[in-house]
Write a protein that binds this ligand. Sequence first.
Ligand code: PLP
Length: 366
Amino acid sequence: MIPFLSLKDITAKYASEIHEAVLRVVDSGWYLLGKEIGSFETNYANYIGTKYCIGVANGLDALTLIFRAYKELGVLKDGDEVIVPANTYIASILAITENNLVPVLVEPRFETLEIDDELIESKITVRTKAIMIVHLYGRCAYTEKIGELCKKYNLKLVEDNAQAHGCRFAEKRTGSIGDAAGHSFYPGKNLGALGDAGAVTTNDEVLVQTIRSLANYGSSKKYVFEYCGRNSRLDEIQAAVLNVKLKYLEEDNKLRQKVAAYYYDNIKNPNIKFPLRLPDTSNVYHLFPVFCKRRDDLQKYLTEQTVQTIIHYPIPPHKQNCYKEWNEISLPITDKIAREELSLPISPVMSDDDVYRIVSVLNDVI
Ligand SMILES: *Cc1c(COP(=O)(O)O)cnc(C)c1O
């Protein structure tokens, strides 16, 4: 079987450094809020190009804490609307609804898979206070038009950068473009921990203080509680692992780009379509989505040929039971993506032979 993603191989590539880093923490006797998280926050902020980075427990917490902090700061209040792409992973939407804010689902462009910036302005109302862009599949979702709309309507721009560590818009990295960004280091992401981990990046010092307090039970002074906060920490072992893997992120993203280039240049099957090809600066290929009208048959065939694939995502948020009130909304592009998308294996540890074989299997199928 060619696996969709071998986490085992990804870890094995840096095994000796990772083992050393983990053991260093184990032997130190210090497991939370120590040196490793301090250095990871500095390293990651430098990498992304923001003044601050706050390590938190996971990507959903990162996004949820950003909105919660804006509420505590009076920037947002219950019932305010947040524009968000309709085809995103559920976590982006949960971060909004958990805060009693209202997601306004906007269709993506089928060609780019990212939020259609031409559709945003007509969705802006007096209650709209923020836009959340999601750099889905590793592709940059930011456009100058989105920046202009944020200025024109005085909206906060929040980035969900869970899938695009290292991606750029011009000189800036995604995660440094908006007012704040949430990152996930779930093991399968481009920069993955060996468990759950996440971070917020921003240049806003007041936001940082508020998020740090909210993530620490609502306290910035021992035993004094300003907010009804929560506990959301990125632990020392995960931070130590991330400090190792961050050094190789650029190199690993280049290897993903190499696989992607081979797919783009060599898959010639007319029944298989690609999203618009972006320059490598704007796509770090967290996933490699293709489209096929007979997607389920294609997936079945690939499985028979021992190629594992995954659909991102088979049921969009508006069709989920947890958001029953949206089940009847018409979002045809989002539905089409859910019907036709199939993600091919892509990772920094795929062998050339596996890539060649996937291409030849795809070119043979009718
Ligand atoms: C993975 C992911 C998240 C959530 O991250 P976790 O660390 O799993 O909580 C949020 N948004 C997107 C787009 C993701 O892919």
